[in-house]
Design a protein around this ligand. Structure first.
Ligand SMILES: [Zn+2]
Ligand SMILES: [Zn+2]
Length: 267
């Protein structure tokens, strides 16, 4: 009897403690209470992270090892992984849900209109990113872009989304929201545009895809300039900044990272 009382007493203490824990944590998160747009946003984020991981694993293991060969590089790589998780999982999905709720058409367009709005969105995003990127190279805003250019000698696919929160919101997300407001795409057009922009962003940060053999490629000229004298490095940087958005290949973007590196002592 005494034992039974002790047991019920202990059991009720455990139950009270469990209730207190739940009250402190709040109600458990239920995936069914999340909006479908937010769920799609998380799916896009998961796909982006998976593709980043696969590209890193299949194309960039040597670069990862070189980057992590000293304590500063190890810290930078840790910051890179954190930025990928924060940007993709915390900022991307709510932005996707916001753009979809406010600006995306809820009825499905004809194939032609869908393709046209996806192309419009890609062009608007490219223009927005180009403008924001140029602005972030101004001394007054370089602080927001500095982290991305810490990847100078060793660029990896994961560095594509290793940007400060300000850069991610301003240069990556805002052009999408503005593009949705301008082009009013349907959801499949938005998803297609997001896929094109995200995959392209990862590919221009994958050094194995760099092609510098074409003598007419402007980036080949930049490499030659960069390897000569300091005065030419500044010319190379100027040319690199003037390249239009549509001319940016992996080689162009790698050059952009390297030219920046020649100005700063980085990892
Ligand atoms: Zn830059
Ligand atoms: Zn970059």
């Amino acid at each position: 009897m005494f034992r039974a009382n002790l047991f019920t007493q202990r059991f009720s203490i455990h139950k009270r403690a469990a209730r207190r824990k739940v009250a402190l944590r709040g109600p458990p998160m239920d995936i069914q209470t999340m909006s479908p747009e937010l769920i799609t946003g998380f799916q896009v984020a998961t796909l982006t992270l998976t593709l980043t991981f696969l590209l890193e694993l299949s194309c960039s293991i040597p670069e990862v090892f070189q980057l992590r060969s000293n304590p500063k590089g190890k810290r930078l790589y840790r910051a890179c992984i954190t930025a990928n998780l924060v940007n993709n999982l915390l900022i991307g999905p709510p932005t996707y849900a916001l753009a979809t709720n406010f600006f995306v058409s809820h009825r499905e367009y004809s194939a032609a209109r869908s393709i046209a709005s996806a192309l419009g969105l890609i062009v608007t995003h490219a223009l927005g990113y180009h403008y924001a990127h140029r602005q972030m190279h101004e001394p007054s805003m370089y602080w927001a872009h500095k982290f991305h250019h810490a990847f100078a000698k060793h660029v990896t696919p994961s560095s594509a989304n290793a940007v400060s929160v300000v850069e991610y919101v301003y240069a990556y997300m805002l052009p999408f929201v503005a593009g949705c407001a301008v082009c009013a795409p349907d959801e499949r057009a938005l998803l297609a545009a997001v896929a094109v922009v995200s995959v392209n962003n990862l590919l221009i940060h994958t050094p194995r895809l760099e092609v510098t053999t074409n003598r007419f490629n402007p980036s080949a000229i930049l490499i030659v300039l960069n390897r000569t004298y300091n005065v030419n490095q500044s010319i190379a940087q100027e040319i690199s900044k003037m390249l239009p958005w549509w001319a940016v290949s992996t080689a162009d973007h790698m050059m952009h990272h390297r030219v920046q590196a020649s100005y700063r002592t980085l990892v």
